[in-house]
Ligand binder design. Structure first.
Ligand SMILES: Cc1cc2nc3c(=O)[nH]c(=O)nc-3n(C[C@H](O)[C@H](O)[C@H](O)COP(=O)(O)OP(=O)(O)OC[C@H]3O[C@@H](n4cnc5c(N)ncnc54)[C@H](O)[C@@H]3O)c2cc1C
Length: 319
């Protein structure tokens, strides 16, 4: 039996993908969403205070709300890993780890980012043994221990605020001489009494036995290059999750983020991208932006389908 051909396959089930799904359903596009982790990166923030209409909500709560919304509209989500995407004769083939291949006339890439590595000596050896990329997940293991957060952005500073009530001391190390953090967060950092900011410096090596026990710095700090350390939290942002779409030859910027126009269209016919994986808004990668981009992309895909007279089948539930 021949595979059915969707109007749209949404790759990724984070905020960008979920918003696109809500609008795709509204426009009666025959669509489906595939994502490995429903909610995506939203599982990391323990406290979100900047998503409109929620003065404060945890990442997990927000994901649960997204899930409820998707269930309320009976939208089909496949929870699986996409291993490859190719375009053959104007049809996209999306290969899943479970062996299934889905076909579509259009795709929306909403695959987000993965955590960037520091590439310091010893980093790989101690991953999970003192080297971490998610403070919300692992801060709890550092009660009364010495910790260091690498990075100057909001994510890094939030990690400091999370570690400070738990750890003995929290260092934050930045390459330049000032933080790239929102002013209200800087005020909170300045009030901490177990926090030290190390400027114009970087970690060149992470050492230990079974677990991390020291870091080696590039420049002297308090007269030495070595600091005793139990936990290293690397918070230097994300890199685009684009390996599986390399064959499509979608245009990217110098850092690999997908170039899109105002309607989230890429240079490749039938391919849109939304959320953290795009080059829109530079470093300002936020849930609200991802949601907006997913919605705009679905709207544009609908408009394009209208113009090309793609026959719209009724939406079917596949559970
Ligand atoms: C620590 C931290 C704290 C943050 N705090 C905030 C905050 O307070 N407020 C805020 O607005 N933003 C915050 N953000 C940013 C926010 O989480 C992102 O901007 C948002 O999640 C981006 O949504 P997205 O849908 O583009 O990508 P993601 O949320 O990253 O979702 C990507 C989706 O693609 C899927 N995927 C990737 N590769 C594959 C594959 N091969 N096969 C199948 N599925 C795949 C993933 O499983 C996931 O479903 C924070 C981020 C971090 C890391």
């Amino acid at each position: 039996m021949e595979n059915e051909i969707y109007d749209l396959i949404i790759l990724g089930s984070g905020p960008a993908g979920v918003s696109a799904a809500i609008y795709a359903e509204r426009y009666n596009l025959k669509s489906i969403m595939v994502g490995e982790i429903f909610g995506g990166t939203v599982m990391y923030p323990h406290k979100i205070t900047n998503f409109t209409s929620y003065p404060e909500i945890s990442g997990i709560e927000l994901i649960n709300n997204m899930k409820k919304h998707i269930e309320a509209i009976n939208y089909t989500v496949i929870e699986d890993q996409i291993v490859k995407v190719e375009k053959l004769k104007d049809i996209f083939n999306v290969y899943l780890r479970n062996g299934k291949v889905l076909n579509s006339q259009n795709i929306l890439i909403a695959l987000g980012t993965f955590r960037r590595k520091l590439n310091a000596k010893g980093e790989d050896k101690f991953i999970g043994k003192g080297v971490h990329y998610c403070a919300i997940c692992d801060a709890v293991f550092y009660k009364d221990k010495n910790t260091i957060v690498v990075g100057s952005g909001d994510g890094a500073s939030m990690a400091v605020l999370l570690l400070a009530p738990i750890a003995k001391h929290v260092y934050q190390i930045i390459r330049k001489d000032e933080l790239k953090t929102a002013p209200d967060t800087i005020e909170k950092l300045e009030k901490l009494n177990n926090y030290t900011l190390i400027k114009n410096n970087e970690i060149v090596e992470i050492q230990g036995d079974k677990f991390v026990n020291r870091v080696i710095l590039k420049e002297n700090f308090n007269g030495q290059k070595e600091i005793e350390m139990d936990g290293v939290f690397i918070e230097i942002g994300g890199a685009p999750n684009s390996a599986i779409i390399n064959d499509l030859q979608v245009a990217v910027d110098s850092q690999g983020f997908i170039k899109v126009d105002n309607f989230l269209k890429t240079n490749v016919e039938g391919v849109w991208a939304a959320g953290d994986i795009t080059n829109i808004n530079g470093d300002f990668k936020q849930i609200i932006n991802a949601c907006s981009q997913g919605a705009v992309a679905a709207y544009d895909i609908y408009n394009k389908s209208q113009k090309s007279n793609v026959p719209h089948t009724n939406f079917t539930l596949e559970r």
